[in-house]
Design a protein around this ligand. Structure first.
Ligand code: ZN
Ligand code: ZN
Length: 396
């Protein structure tokens, strides 16, 4: 109850910000951001920083504005109030957390929107809780048709049944296309995963026979991508998506790169530090979203395990903030993002310090609903403030 009051306050605060900014905008014809409305940098990212789930409205970033934007952006992103321009890419963190889904952080998921005529949207992973955040973005259910999975850990696929079956009930009438890695054997691959998921939800599919939305949207079309070599896996409507192998426990996991009209994003999914990520950023990239777990000493304390056990998880399955920073340095993205990190008052300060010991470029620690607007001119980082009781958007 206290939490929903807090969220409601945030929504109201967001609208107040917007009204204020729109009032400022009518007084000025400046095409670029002015000091009065630019999202401002935090003085420091440490254990006293107010976090998004506590009502903080600022992203955890060193550099809210990289470059000089050609248009004005309000300091917070209020869904439904800004048009995505042609040539623009907007990336929203739907799930920034770890496998243990929390009210503070949903599990793994990143949403990419592009300003093409179709206004295509793409999910990259779909962990538990991520669709609750998506629902607040006021995007049409009819567009929820494309998912790219990095690997089949539960915290990256937990909301797949909600997408395929529940959003069909909300009006999506076409099947969901799912891309994901092949496995070393057939039963470890994405085709087998999709077949088993469909079989497991047979009752739900049958129940849709008489549903007004019909049952046509409650299906998946799965396509496997190679896990052992880079490949172009999607080319439509001006968007190209390629996959590349990463290193995470077993053969299989991949990362993805999205290219749209000169704008780009690289998303690693779960991985140890690997040259293939740097390779995927070759030629330049706007946004690099790299996974990171707290350093072994912080993780041991949080998870109540020995340092040796923590090292195994952090350094032999995932990437510490120090190692992520080394990749950031080699990759040279316009904005580098630490993602999949538990964000609380024990983790955020040390993670920031550790990154800064290696890397002095623009960096953001992802929280749920951190939003990046990417244009030729700038990368703008903000927090979205959503309506917690929004209904799915049926139409356009
Ligand atoms: Zn994983
Ligand atoms: Zn994971």
């Amino acid at each position: 109850m206290r939490n929903s009051a807090k969220i409601l306050c945030n929504v109201l605060l967001g609208f107040c910000f917007l009204v204020l900014i729109q009032a400022c905008a009518t007084k000025t014809s400046e095409p670029s951001m002015s000091a009065s409305n630019a999202p401002h940098a935090l003085a420091a990212i440490d254990e006293s920083t107010k976090l998004a789930y506590e009502g903080g409205t600022q992203p955890l970033t060193t550099t809210p504005v990289v470059g000089k934007p050609a248009r004005q952006y309000p300091p917070v992103f209020v869904p439904g109030t800004e048009t995505l321009e042609a040539g623009e890419m907007r990336v929203t963190i739907l799930g920034s957390g770890d496998p243990f889904v929390k009210v503070s952080q949903a599990s793994a998921s990143v949403l990419v929107e592009v300003g093409n005529a179709e206004r295509d949207i793409f999910f990259f992973d779909l962990g538990s809780g991520s669709l609750a955040n998506f629902n607040g973005l006021k995007l049409p259910v009819a567009s929820t048709t494309k998912v790219f999975l990095t690997h089949l850990h539960a915290d990256h696929v937990g909301d797949m049944p909600t997408l395929v079956w529940s959003l069909a009930k909300a009006g999506r009438s076409v099947p969901v296309e799912v891309w994901g890695p092949a496995g070393a054997t057939r039963e470890l691959g994405t085709l087998a995963y999709a077949e088993h998921l469909l079989a497991a939800h047979a009752w739900d599919t049958a129940s849709l026979q008489e549903h007004p939305s019909g049952r046509s949207g409650a299906r998946m079309i799965a396509t496997e991508v190679p896990y052992d070599k880079p490949a172009v896996v999607y080319e439509r409507n001006g968007v190209t998506i390629s996959s590349f192998p990463v290193k995470h426990i077993l053969p299989g996991p991949v990362g993805y790169r999205v290219d749209y009209r000169g704008r780009s994003m690289v998303f690693t999914g779960d991985t140890m530090p690997t040259e293939s990520t740097v390779e995927a950023c070759r030629g330049g990239v706007d946004l690099l979203i790299h996974e990171s777990f707290p350093s072994a000493s912080v993780f041991a304390k949080k998870a109540n395990v020995t340092f040796e056990q923590a090292e195994k998880v952090v350094n032999y399955s995932h990437t510490s903030p120090v190692m992520a920073a080394k990749i950031f340095k080699a990759a040279g993205a316009r904005m580098s993002v630490l993602w999949h990190l538990v964000v609380d008052h024990e983790t955020v300060g040390p993670a920031y310090q550790e990154v800064r010991s290696q890397f002095d470029g623009p960096v953001t620690i992802a929280q749920d609903l951190t939003v990046f607007n990417i244009t030729k001119e700038a990368v703008v980082t903000r927090q979205a403030i959503i309506d917690p009781v929004a209904w799915p958007v049926m139409g356009k």
